[in-house]
Design a protein around this ligand. Structure first.
Ligand SMILES: [Zn+2]
Length: 237
């Protein structure tokens, strides 16, 4: 079988056998793939530079018995600075692990671009990496068809934009007025507005995201709870 050229970002790298690595890569052409990089852990391996998380580049792969093997690779961007800060590493790792859970073997340009821009801003931006992580999650929810209602009550339809505090229901898909859902978790108008804006924000503008501490805390809990509910998986935190 002839070699195939794939552009991708390494989401995870797992040591395998004595000196190999298995790479889980989000590619433009074939969605999520697993590629074996033989000898990648040997000193002076030609795959060493490519075979680590967050690396964006081009791979030449060949397919044998349905399994992909890396034959050559070119690094376009290593996002190296992510590895130099604990907070950056943590946020970037959550993003790649969520990507791995939602991606499948269909090409998904929008997901690829969202991942690329998020890693890029975490690596080079001045932002709190948590803000980019939350922005990634908000945009991913919209991308996957789970944008929640945030300006009106999902039950009675009441306009909630003048309310300072409302409720939020995962199962009902968004904001609920006090009368309809006093048992649900409360959410501040500021946090819901930040959530709404992040979903709509152009990818080139995500470096502008700067959340106030209180909003960041609130959304960290609300967004992850909602995402875990709709995606039906637990995000490792
Ligand atoms: Zn209501």
């Amino acid at each position: 079988m002839p070699n195939d050229v794939l552009n991708g970002i390494v989401l995870r790298s797992t040591d395998y056998r004595e000196s190999d690595r298995i790479l889980n890569v989000l590619t433009k052409e074939r969605g999520l793939v697993a590629v074996t990089a033989r000898g990648a852990r040997k000193p002076n391996s030609k795959h060493a530079a490519f075979a680590s998380p967050f690396t964006y580049g081009e791979m030449e792969v060949n397919e044998r018995l349905g399994k992909l093997q890396l034959s050559s690779s070119t690094v376009f961007e290593s996002f190296y600075s992510i590895r130099e800060s604990y907070e950056q590493l943590l946020s970037a790792s959550r993003i790649t692990s969520i990507c791995e859970r939602v991606a499948d073997s269909d090409p998904n340009d929008a997901l690829f671009l969202l991942l690329y821009h998020s890693l890029s801003v975490i690596s080079y931006g001045e932002n709190d990496p948590k803000d980019i992580e939350l922005c990634f999650l908000a945009k991913l929810l919209k991308l996957e068809g789970f944008a929640p209602a945030l300006t009106y009550c999902v039950k009675c339809g009441a306009d909630l934009r003048r309310n300072k505090e409302v409720r939020f229901s995962n199962s009902m898909g968004g904001s609920v007025c006090e009368r309809c859902g006093s048992a649900f978790v409360s959410a501040s108008a500021v946090a819901l507005e930040a959530f709404r804006r992040m979903m709509l924000l152009d990818l080139n503008d995500i470096r502008r995201v700067k959340l106030p501490e209180q909003v960041r805390k609130e959304l960290d809990s609300l967004l992850y709870n909602y995402a875990e509910y709709v995606f039906e998986f637990t995000v490792r935190k």
